[in-house]
Design a protein around this ligand. Structure first.
Ligand code: UDP
Length: 455
């Protein structure tokens, strides 16, 4: 690879969770479409999933497998993906196990000599491994410029507000916090950052990130927009018949349905699910509501007779929904979201206003971007950053927020959202802002490789 051909070779090393692997696959495809060769570093457990997603992309994307040393940290051997670590204790051990991957990464880099490594923010140690070998390393956080700026400012200026995530508060010690601290430090030692965003969405924060915080970055998103073919592959994973779901939406008037989904990791307790059920029903709008099925096998969280009452008006999907397709349907007029960055960008690209209900990670920052900066959403009133036992948001608040986002007063918000959707598509077209940033980065990597004699 790299050393034998004139083709630039870029390697991606995503964290072992769907929300991290999917953008990495999109990035690999994007760079390959510009004539590079790409490798995705992953585990044997995740390799088949990645393989399925890249099988139509020709031969320019390779998969390189490494083994997470799970047993060494006291995890079961087959706990190779983050979602298999089902308790906070197991998750801490999983993070610990990933910090032991250095020698395997080094072996890969020595053997394949890529011209650039794009590593997940959860692998700050990779910066030093790459730099030892003189390989430029870009970090991928998978979050917005706004959240990047906020995260770094909180790290630097430590406001010590109790509302901030526990992984940034002083006095808290855990594996995740240590990793987060190192990730912040790795930023200034790396070659720069790749961002799944586009400049028209948050140009002030892109500027702040480079000019004030002093970190180079390239925005190359929205990543999934160039990869719409993947959505058909995603369909196979859905817990419902996608065709039936679309047919159901076809029977609804434009902008009459609210879509409710909290991403791939969130789990609500029965009391909260009950409030959501009641709030959606009393809003009077049609809805599609995705409920994480693992938690709710017993099905004692719905009011008596609820599903009969909502027949034809509401659809509950237990498990995985064809989110991107649902959001793009003209019947859908709003999205109740946990503000995960992928979901947020998907809503932006669909031109939809949002009800924001952040839970953890950088989602509270995303909420501020959506509601206060872009003006394309209304908060449900979630206050507490936590992964478990959170405050209950009442049905009245849910009803109120849904009505604000789908009702008449949402006209301005909706038209702003549609404006961003148009800008998103333009950004990835030839000559668009993300398109041009990508070309600029590739040219720079090429000159770097020529100077070093590695292509
Ligand atoms: N997603 C989906 N169907 C579901 C739930 C989630 O397709 O039922 C997809 C969604 O379209 C998005 C991703 O999973 O691309 C979730 O990523 P996000 O960053 O929004 O949240 P996370 O899961 O990382 O919390």
């Amino acid at each position: 690879m790299g050393t034998q051909s004139h083709q630039l070779h870029i390697a991606f090393f995503p964290f072992m969770a769907q929300g991290h692997m999917i953008p990495a696959i999109h990035m690999a495809k994007l760079f390959v479409s510009r004539g590079l060769e790409a490798t995705i570093i992953t585990t044997p457990a995740d390799a088949p999933f990645i393989h399925k997603k890249i099988e139509n992309s020709g031969t320019q994307i390779h998969i390189y497998t490494i083994k997470v040393p799970t047993v060494e940290v006291g995890l079961p051997e087959n706990c190779e993906s983050f979602h298999s670590a089902t308790s906070p204790k197991m998750q801490a051990k999983f993070f610990k196990a990933t910090t032991l991957l250095g020698p395997q990464l080094e072996q890969f880099l020595k053997q394949k000599r890529p011209n650039c490594l794009v590593a997940d923010m959860f692998f700050p140690w990779a910066t030093d491994v790459a730099s030892k070998l003189g390989i430029p390393m870009l970090i991928f956080h998978g979050i917005s410029y706004f959240a990047l700026c906020a995260t770094l400012c909180v790290h630097q200026y430590k406001p010590h507000n109790q509302k901030i995530p526990d992984f940034v508060r002083d006095g808290v010690e855990n594996e995740f916090k240590n990793m987060h601290e190192e990730a912040m430090g790795a930023l200034s030692r790396s070659y720069g950052v790749l961002v799944n965003s586009f400049s028209e969405l948050e140009s002030a924060y892109a500027d702040h990130f480079s000019k004030v915080l002093g970190i180079r970055s390239w925005h190359i998103g929205p990543l999934w927009l160039g990869n719409e073919g993947d959505i058909e592959v995603e369909d196979q994973k859905c817990s419902i018949d996608v065709h039936e779901c679309m047919k159901w939406l076809d029977t609804k008037k434009p902008n009459s349905v609210v879509y409710v989904c909290f991403g791939s990791l969130a789990n609500f307790g029965d009391a909260q699910l009950l409030e959501i059920a009641l709030g959606l029903e009393s809003s009077g709008y049609h809805f599609i509501w995705v409920v994480n099925k693992q938690k709710n096998i017993e099905e004692n969280w719905l009011p008596q007779g609820y599903e009969e009452r909502i027949e034809g008006k509401g659809m509950i999907i237990r498990g995985w929904a064809p989110q991107v397709k649902i959001l793009s349907h003209e019947a859908v007029g709003g999205f109740v979201t946990h503000c995960g960055w992928n979901s947020t960008l998907e809503a932006v690209c669909a031109g939809l206003p949002m009800v924001t209900w952040p839970l953890f990670a950088e989602q509270f920052y995303n909420e501020k971007l959506i509601t206060q900066v872009l003006g394309i959403g209304v908060g449900v009133g979630a206050q507490e950053w936590t992964r478990v036992d959170r405050e209950i948001v009442k049905s009245e608040n849910i009803e109120k927020a849904v009505t604000k986002v789908l009702g008449e007063e949402a006209e301005e918000m909706t038209s702003r959202a549609r404006g961003y959707a148009i800008m998103a598509r333009r950004a990835i077209e030839e000559g668009g802002s993300s398109y041009s940033d990508l070309i600029g980065l590739i040219e720079e990597l090429r000159s770097h490789a020529i100077t070093r004699g590695t292509i």
